[in-house]
Design a protein around this ligand. Structure first.
Ligand code: PMP
Ligand code: GLN
Length: 382
């Protein structure tokens, strides 16, 4: 299929297969090695046992749509009508895909911050649209962008801007100032923002996640996407949602209903329960992830990498040059044999691969002893 020619197997599939084949520690694909809250798991099991196994309503079960609306209101002061402004999707991945397919057509342009999560490029291509990357560069240990470069990326065909904060793989949580710069551009050029907020709870050192929709004039032009996967350590449940003004939700619905129609019913019930009842569990998860982040950063530094301490997400960027390497893709492919560890080469998230060639991404959403063992092994590289 010509539109998809540049996309082979995803890096996550390649690297997780490599981890399995070599018995390596997998700090590549971001998924936790411990389960989410037990009561949430019980709700899913109970939903299956009690016969909740047929097609749920296409837009999502009412209790999840209500729980999402309640969460956006309580946590961020954003009011959405659960019936017309919330739509349940197969993970954030489908929410993003349906939003892009609904809002960008052939020849339209979509702005993304580079490095970007891999599915963005693929769905923009599926839409027949063109991505316009804006570079995130490390400035004093934190990845950020130049607002002038963002402005310069907007053209007559620009339709939308995809904003991921907390950002995978850079680990940045956009400040209010950065979000204002994005909002200014959206308002000036009448762009829609699609926000990927899957790490909304996973921020550290008191850093606050600010949804773009909370900025002046942005609720009416923002499609916000999130999911249960990261917040409740249930990445395999693929249960996500879109919140947006009704006209955008209708557009998303038009696409989503023919991609998958509906989303697995038992997981929706469990996600609804978790959103409403498990915030204390999530606070503990966040604290434990912060400690794991520090453990991995310290270990990577001891092993000779320059590590970038993220403000959020599951991931640390490591500069491989101090160890004498220059090509992260080459190193990631050799790392299982060299050290019995798997990481993700950050360059695959760039259009300008040379800008990310010297980074590899390590995940810290793993048990402390797993991180320690990985670090011990990585010391062999020095
Ligand atoms: N966006 C980002 C930035 C991610 O890291 C991921 C991976 N969890 C996703 C979207 C996909 O989320 P989901 O599993 O809910 O589809
Ligand atoms: N979001 C996770 C990551 O970045 C996993 C993505 C996937 O498996 N497609 O590692």
């Amino acid at each position: 299929m010509p539109r998809m020619r540049e996309f082979g197997e995803t890096i996550f599939a390649e690297m997780s297969a490599l981890a399995t084949a070599t018995g390596s520690i997998n700090l590549g694909q971001g998924f936790p090695d411990e389960d989410g809250p037990k009561a949430m798991l019980d709700v899913a099991v109970e939903a299956i046992r009690s016969g909740g196994n047929q097609y749920p309503p296409g837009p999502g079960v009412p209790e999840l749509r209500e729980a999402v609306a309640e969460q956006r209101l309580e946590r961020y002061g954003l009011a959405y009508d659960p019936m017309s402004e919330v739509y349940v999707t197969v993970g954030a991945t489908e929410g993003i895909a349906a939003s892009v397919l609904a809002l960008a057509g052939a020849g339209d342009e979509v702005i993304v911050f580079e490095p970007y999560y891999d599915s963005y490029a693929a769905v923009i291509a599926l839409a027949g649209a063109v991505r316009r990357p804006v570079m995130l560069r490390p400035v004093e240990g934190r990845f950020t962008f130049d607002p002038d470069e963002l402005r310069a990326a907007v053209g007559p065909r620009t339709k939308a801007i995809l904003v991921n904060s907390p950002h995978n793989p850079a680990g940045t949580v956009f400040t209010r100032g950065e979000l204002e710069a994005i909002a200014d551009v959206c308002r000036e050029h009448d762009l829609v923002a699609i926000t990927d907020e899957v790490y909304e709870y996973l921020t550290f050192d008191g850093t606050e996640h600010i949804p773009l929709a909370t900025l002046d004039g942005m609720r009416e032009r923002t499609v916000s996407v999130s999911s249960a996967g990261k917040t409740f350590s249930a990445t395999g449940w693929k249960t996500g949602w879109v919140t947006a003004p009704a006209r955008y939700v209708r557009a998303v619905q038009t696409v989503k209903q023919f991609l998958t129609y509906a989303v697995s019913a038992p997981y929706q019930r469990a996600a609804a329960y978790a959103l409403a009842n498990e915030t204390a569990w999530v606070a503990e998860l966040r604290a434990s992830l912060q400690a794991k982040r520090d453990r991995l950063v310290a270990g990577l530094e001891a092993a000779g990498f320059t590590a970038y301490r993220p403000q959020g997400t599951y991931f640390v960027q490591a500069d491989i040059r101090p160890l004498g390497f220059s090509d992260g893709l080459e190193l990631a492919r050799a790392l299982p044999a060299k050290a019995g560890v798997v990481a993700i080469p950050t360059q695959v998230f760039y259009d300008h691969a040379e800008a990310g060639a010297h980074f590899v991404r390590f995940a810290f959403c793993k048990k402390g002893e797993v991180i320690d063992e990985a670090v011990e092994r990585l010391r062999r590289l020095a």
